[in-house]
Design a protein around this ligand. Structure first.
Ligand code: ATP
Length: 361
């Protein structure tokens, strides 16, 4: 029997509390080899803390994490194994892109020539001699990524790399990551916006309040989306009764008088209506998009799609507007630094972080 190949990243029962804040709670998941795994969750749901624990920068309160089967500190060649971009520090503003990379190249023991190679990989070769202080956010993100690539790692860990990028930057990142994974390598990328990574990731780990709410393939999540028919008829009550008699029990009245029917095709609804003497005036299919599904998983809140007249009767009763959830800040709204406008205040500036830099907190 072939030996079991260790997952690129595996966490088991990982937990972290900061004083009275539980940031991560009994979290287990594994990142499949060759995947682009999206690590999704709202602000404050414990993503950064988890990534920092995986990278050995935060000491777990409980549980374990492994990179290619071993704790990160036991890796023989960490820079060749995993490259990371976290958002904790800023680039030195007075240092050129090339110099910045050379400093890191020397720290991890790779030749200076690699600095130019990674600049080319991220499309920054033309600005190699420019100071990072004058870089746009997108350029800084690319430079951070270039730094993470210096060791030619098999695994990339990226914390919200699309944050603040324009659509062109996001498209570029998507293609870059797909190319990286297509070469048999693995990506773990966090985001608080599913739509932002929807076209990039093939596997999902979704967390809410520090705990796992979904792990699986993107494709399976898509398939699990149920669409419903919004039916306008001469008698919604009679139609609901007739549908129930045919075993179609998920039919709910909407505030606008339509019936929302789940689990039946239009021709079936039409034939049941005809049999019951009910006239159908019109029907539209409502599709729940993934972002709404994501919101319902992570906040317990269902937000109606644009095509829906009303969300009533669908999922948990929505209370509009609903406060986002910030663990550790019950009812207090966002903690300082959260919900910051687009653009990177210094505390959020991305920074490539070699897995061995800094000690665990
Ligand atoms: N060093 C720390 N000291 C105290 N509390 C912390 C610390 N780091 C994180 N937390 C708290 O832990 C919780 C999870 O934070 P974390 O940054 O891991 O979430 P996140 O999902 O990455 O959020 P975001 O998307 O906003 O970065 C939050 O309530 C946060 O305030």
């Amino acid at each position: 029997m072939p030996a079991r190949v260790a997952a690129p990243i595996e966490v088991r029962g990982l937990s972290k509390s900061f004083k009275n804040v539980t940031a991560v709670s009994d979290l287990s998941f594994s990142v499949p080899h060759g995947s682009i795994t999206g690590f999704l969750g709202p602000n404050g749901s414990g993503k950064t803390t988890t990534l920092r624990m995986i990278l050995g920068l935060v000491r777990p309160s409980d549980g374990t994490s492994a990179v290619e089967g071993v704790p990160i500190r036991a890796l023989r060649d960490p820079a060749r194994t995993v490259g990371a971009v976290l958002d904790s520090q800023s680039l030195h503003p007075a240092r050129t892109a090339l110099d910045h990379l050379k400093v890191y190249a020397s720290a991890i023991g790779v030749p200076d020539a690699r600095a130019r190679q990674v600049l080319a990989l991220v499309g920054l070769e033309d600005v190699a001699g420019r100071k990072a202080g004058g870089f746009s956010l997108g350029m800084r993100q690319r430079l951070s990524l270039a730094t993470a690539l210096l060791g030619d790692p098999r695994i990339l860990v990226l914390d919200e790399p699309a944050n603040g990028l324009d659509p062109e930057g996001i498209a570029w990142l998507r293609e870059f990551l797909k190319g990286f994974a297509a070469s048999g390598r693995t990506v773990l990328v966090s985001s608080h916006i599913l739509r932002e990574v929807e076209q990039t990731v093939d596997t999902l780990v979704i967390v809410s309040r520090g705990a796992l709410v979904y792990q699986g393939r993107m494709e399976d999540l898509r398939k699990s989306q149920q669409s419903r028919l919004l039916v306008a008829s001469s008698s919604p009550a009679a139609l609901a009764t007739a549908l129930a008699a045919r075993g179609i029990v998920d039919a709910r009245s909407l505030a606008d008088g339509r019936l929302a029917v789940t689990g039946a095709a239009l021709d079936v609804v039409q034939s049941v209506a005809t049999g019951a003497g009910v006239t159908i005036f019109g029907a539209v299919a409502e599709h729940i998009d993934l972002e709404q599904l994501f919101l319902s998983m992570t906040t317990g809140q269902y937000v109606a799609g644009a095509s829906a007249a009303s969300p009533s009767g669908y999922g948990p009763p929505p209370a509009y507007p609903q406060q986002p959830h910030y663990p550790g800040h019950p009812g207090a709204g966002p903690p300082p630094g959260y919900g910051a406008p687009a653009g990177y205040p210094p505390a959020y500036a991305p920074h490539p972080q070699g897995p061995m830099s800094g000690g665990p907190r």
